[in-house]
Write a protein of this length. Structure first.
Length: 109
């Protein structure tokens, strides 16, 4: 197995490239949805190679079953059910649930 990169600069560059790829995927989706899926694939490969986590905002933009770029209303359905956000990918028909936690209301005495 390849040794983990000790240089923090390479990890920073990897995070920047992942952000750029997701931005390109967003811009390219209207004309070329398959190109958006390729950008997601490249971003995942960079993250795996550098062993870094993809940020939450980017992780929720692709299906974790078929790795397609998700756009609400186009190829995904979003529902709220019992404190969960349920995202359904229309490509593979799989559901992903994200927990929604309300902040506690603090009462002043």
């Amino acid at each position: 197995m390849r040794e983990k990169s000790r240089n923090p600069a390479t990890r920073m560059i990897a995070r920047e490239r992942i952000g750029i790829l997701f931005e390109e995927a967003r811009l390219a989706y209207a004309d070329h949805p398959e190109r958006s899926n390729r950008y997601v694939d490249l971003a995942r490969k960079i993250a795996m190679r550098q062993r870094i986590r993809i940020n939450r905002e980017f992780r929720r933009r692709f299906c974790h079953h078929c790795y397609t770029y998700l756009v609400p209303g186009e190829n995904m359905r979003v529902r709220v059910h019992r404190g969960n956000v349920v995202v359904t990918c229309r490509s593979c028909k799989k559901h992903t649930r994200y927990r929604v936690v309300r902040k506690e209301h603090v009462r002043s005495k």
